[in-house]
Design a protein around this ligand. Sequence first.
Ligand code: SF4
Ligand code: SF4
Length: 343
Amino acid sequence: MRWLAAGFHGSMDYMAAHGLRRARPAELVPGTVSVITARMNYLPRTTVPEGWQAVEWARLARPQEGVISLYARGRDYHKVLRARLQKLQQRMAAELGPFGHRVFTDSAPVLEAELAARSGQGWRGKHTLVLSREGGSMFFLGEIYVDLALPPSAPVSGHCGSCSACMEACPTQAIVAPHRLDARRCISYLTIEHAGPIPAPLRPLLGNRIYGCDDCQLACPWNKYAQVSALPDFDPRDGLTGAPLAALLDWSEEEFLRRTEGSPIRRIGHVRWLRNVAVALGNALAALPPGDARRAPLQAALATRATHPEALVREHVAWALQQEGKLPEARHESHESHESGPF
Ligand code: SF4
Ligand code: SF4
């Protein structure tokens, strides 16, 4: 409630709308007396187990390439995890007989991370995600609310210690204190949840992240234990990793819908996609030295969207084109002015 009162949820009004139902399972699903929590690893099968973080940091160092958060490069996890939890419930019903239940995967007002922590799936890291000694934090969470009184599993102790690597790695300083995240500054929120303009002072800090952000997880030492998924579902799709930003901006709405069918990316829609890619292109222009021949194709790509029917796209494209040749200090100043509160 304090987090909501501070306005840290930004434009995610649904977080406030459900009130305490989020924290009281039996108010959401009457009759619930236990919650079965589950986690499912999502690192793609192609992940190099040793040193995958270095591969991801290297992507972020190539400004002309769009980077999509690891969890979103394959099939929509909502569908995958939900189907598997339903199968688990059916197996339980085969043993126990019918019982009241409801399956959730990030799909309703459920305090997923807190339920996971209280049931021993891991502890809440300073970045607020759940992490475990055996699996780092690269997993999804899901729950089955049941009307069975099951013996509770115990929470595990936290192992962050004096580490603050996630807080230091966050490009926008969104982790304002240990275990306290200002979503309004978080790149995952800005590129996925937030529908309006991305605050200009934060745009330079997005770099080439066009859908979500993994930095706080990449920096976490426990993620050397992150597990690779056993499923093909999270294998990266063609065109979603290593793609040039100029090509991604060129996708028509039809192409966007076709390429993101069954992917979590689809839910942001084509307009938000173009908004995000335009910002990344602006950052790429700023990263290239004056006179660099690689600038022209980026400018040409942006120019094709300068008259887009949506004002949101036009404004972000105009901003991106202005970034060319901007001194880093000028871009940084705009970030610092944000610290005094642009919201
Ligand atoms: S996802 Fe990125 S922007 Fe959000 S808290 Fe983590 S590092 Fe910061
Ligand atoms: S980076 Fe450090 S502080 Fe952050 S979640 Fe991982 S162990 Fe905890």
